[in-house]
Every structure is written in structure tokens, then in C-alpha cells.
Design a protein around this ligand. Structure first.
Ligand SMILES: Nc1ncnc2c1ncn2[C@@H]1O[C@H](COP(=O)(O)OP(=O)(O)OP(=O)(O)O)[C@@H](O)[C@H]1O
Ligand SMILES: [Mg+2]
Length: 232
């Protein structure tokens, strides 16, 4: 569904991605991209969604080169990116935020909304509440729910467990597992062990380069990952 070949990305003179290549297939349920702060994980997602233009390299989304696809076309074609900043509309209600998420799929709004609320019942309870007044965990559920409203084939989540209490981190991982039954999830995470545990395919990004790739289990078993990212 997504092929990235030899991607190089700069911010001004600073190169942050170096010859990054990766593959996301129809059969993938969760593809994890893990790595330390500043490795370039967010930059990679922003390049896939079209917020940043690469210096060189190719990206194919659903069999087409993205050079011809505006960011909004990438969404309507099925690639949805939930930013680490969540980017909710703070003054709008939960329900209105969900509606905004469905802008490429308006006909299906009611049915998709029911499905999303079934997955995140707390959103029904908070339906009329302003997004800015939700707790951190609720905002994360809303951000993911809003992403699902666009009926993605690939849902890319940038640190969905970021800044959440350990108990909520667990809950978010359970939801991702559930979502991945229907949608391919690209999961950017610093909770390396939990992300790799869930992932059928995984990439380790270090200093802007792919330092390791394999199944989630292969990365969990690798000496480098164990020594650098896992305790014990
Ligand atoms: N807009 C920008 N202008 C200049 N440099 C940037 C910009 N955004 C990111 N960078 C730099 O690019 C590098 C990669 O940043 P990026 O946010 O992609 O890393 P990350 O892996 O997502 O890190 P984190 O785990 O902390 O979210 C960092 O060195 C960062 O300082
Ligand atoms: Mg980041």
C-alpha cells in the first residue's frame, strides 16, 4: 500500500532523513516505527502525509506516486495521519470534531460515527463538551476517533501514548490492537517494547536512518534493540 524508496529530507541545510526505504503491505496489521527522540520519526510521517516535501526519493501511496497527490488527496485515498499534537479543534465539541474528521466521507457520517463511538464510548458521554476541556486521555481517543472518521486504509499514529499515565497507555495499546483488525496502523512509539509486541513489521530509525527492520519479534530479540531500548 505504501512504498518509500531512498527518501532524503532536509530542514534548510540540515538533513534529517537519509536514504529511508520502507514498505507497508495490505496484509500488515501494525507497522511500528520506533527510535529515540530526534531520530526523524515525525518528519517521516509528515513527509508521507505531504506536510513536508522530500529533497529526493520516491513515495508511492496505493500504487501511485505521491508527487501528483495533494495532502487532502492522500487523506481521501485512505492515508490518515494523527499528529502527536492531536490538532483538535479546541472550541468545537467532541461531536463537531468527529464531523470534521469525516469531511472526505460525508455520506457515511452517521454510520461511521456510531462505529467510532462504539469503540470509544467516552466520546458519547462527552459528545457536547468542548475538545479543549477533555482530559489528555480523552483528547487522544478523540484524535484517533476523528482519524477513523475518514475511513482510512492506513492510519498513522504519532506517539498516541505520549504524555499519558501508564494505565491509559495500556488502554491506548488495546485500542490500537482493536483498530488493527480492520485498518493498517502505522505506529510511531517510544514505548518500544509494547509497540514491537503489537507490530507484525517494524523499523528502527536512528539518526535519520533505518538501523534495523524485521518482524516485531525479530527486533525485540535483537541485541541492539534490547541493549539500547529495552530494560534487560
Ligand atoms: N521544522 C523544523 N525545522 C528544523 N529542524 C527540525 C524541524 N522539525 C524537526 N527538526 C529536527 O529534525 C530532527 C528530527 O525531528 P523529528 O521531530 O522528526 O524527530 P522524532 O523522531 O519525531 O523525535 P521525537 O521522538 O522527539 O518526537 C530533529 O533533530 C529536529 O530538531
Ligand atoms: Mg516525533
Amino acid at each position: 500500500m505504501i512504498t518509500v524508496s531512498d527518501l532524503n529530507v532536509h530542514y534548510g541545510d540540515l538533513q534529517v532523513l537519509w536514504d529511508v526505504s520502507l514498505e507497508i503491505d495490505d496484509e500488515d496489521s501494525v507497522v511500528a516505527i520506533v527510535g529515540p527522540n530526534g531520530a526523524g520519526k515525525t518528519t517521516l510521517l509528515k513527509t508521507l502525509s505531504g506536510v513536508i516535501d522530500p529533497t529526493s526519493g520516491e513515495i508511492e501511496l496505493f500504487g501511485e506516486p505521491v508527487s501528483s497527490m495533494a495532502p487532502s488527496d492522500r487523506v481521501s485515498n485512505g492515508f490518515v495521519h494523527v499528529s502527536e499534537k492531536r490538532n483538535l479543534f479546541g472550541d468545537l465539541s467532541v461531536y463537531e470534531n468527529l464531523r470534521m474528521g469525516s469531511y472526505t466521507q460525508r455520506d457515511d457520517f452517521e454510520r461511521t460515527c456510531e462505529e467510532v463511538i462504539e469503540m470509544f464510548p467516552v466520546l458519547e458521554e462527552r459528545r457536547e463538551q468542548k475538545a479543549s476541556t477533555l482530559s489528555g486521555g480523552e483528547q487522544q481517543m478523540l484524535a484517533i476517533g476523528r482519524g477513523l472518521m475518514a475511513k482510512p486504509e492506513v492510519l498513522a499514529l504519532d506517539e498516541p501514548s505520549g504524555a499519558l499515565a501508564p494505565q491509559l497507555v495500556e488502554r491506548v495499546f488495546e485500542k490500537i490492537d482493536e483498530i488493527s483488525n480492520d485498518v493498517t496502523v502505522v505506529l510511531i512509539e517510544q514505548h518500544v517494547d509494547q509497540a514491537l509486541d503489537l507490530a507484525n513489521r517494524a523499523y528502527l530509525l536512528e539518526n535519520g536512518r533505518i538501523a534495523a527492520e524485521g518482524t516485531g519479534q525479530e527486533l525485540l530479540d535483537s541485541d541492539h534493540v534490547r541493549q539500547s531500548y529495552l530494560s534487560g
